[in-house]
Design a protein around this ligand. Structure first.
Ligand SMILES: [Zn+2]
Length: 213
């Protein structure tokens, strides 16, 4: 692996700081986590965006959330075609092996992925329409969502909300998700966070709209 480099000094310093404080103060708890294994109650599917900090907004520790992050917090539809499906694998493991009680899809404001989808759908991003664009082909998942909200005066927020709805609907196309939901063993939740305001909105089952938590 001669193409790799040493860790940047600032990360080495931060790591040693964590080891000497947070870890040192809780080492028994970390050892128990290691030997007893993980039993997270919730899976969170959020965007890769560095400003979305789900453990921070819920004050969560190691072992609490099974987190999967991808561009624009999207879940594709169930597609057992033998290809590489990272998101579907994470959902499968969380639901069938860890048996989480909750799957939370967390969308966010100022989402670059959603903006990219909006630009592509409105003909402003030919580079995303290339077959070779991984981001573009990933954002195809949200194209039907664009059709549903394209006349909204509140773009891109309407499409950010729709990304959460599309993912929740797609989650239900996984037979093991549908079974667990119908058996009352699993609850699905939609959330959207406003980065500037620190706001958190949840998807209301009745209206399918988002209301502040
Ligand atoms: Zn995003």
């Amino acid at each position: 692996m001669e193409f790799t480099k040493p860790l940047p000094a600032y990360l080495v310093t931060r790591y040693h700081g964590w080891k000497a404080t947070t870890y040192a103060e809780n080492h028994a708890w970390y050892r128990r986590l290691a030997t007893e294994g993980q039993r997270p109650r919730a899976m969170v599917i959020s965007c890769c965006d560095s400003r979305v900090h789900v453990t921070s907004i819920f004050g969560a520790d190691q072992g609490e959330f099974f987190i999967h992050r991808n561009i624009a917090n999207l879940v594709p539809a169930y597609e057992p075609d033998g290809n590489h499906h990272g998101t579907s694998a994470a959902v499968e493991y969380a639901v069938t092996a860890l048996k989480v009680a909750h799957v939370i899809v967390l969308g966010h404001s100022n989402c670059g992925g959603v903006q990219g989808c909006l630009d592509m759908c409105q003909g402003r991003a030919p580079e995303l329409e290339e077959k070779s664009s991984f981001v573009g082909r990933w954002m195809d998942i949200l194209k039907p969502g664009y059709e549903a909200v394209k006349d909204s005066p509140d773009m891109p927020r309407a499409l950010e909300h729709e990304a959460v709805r599309v993912s929740l609907r797609n989650l239900m196309t996984f037979p093991f998700v549908q079974r667990a939901v119908e058996a009352g063993e699993l609850s699905l939740h939609g959330l959207w966070t406003d980065i500037a305001e620190g706001g958190l909105h949840h998807l209301d089952a009745k209206s399918s709209g988002f209301v502040e938590v």
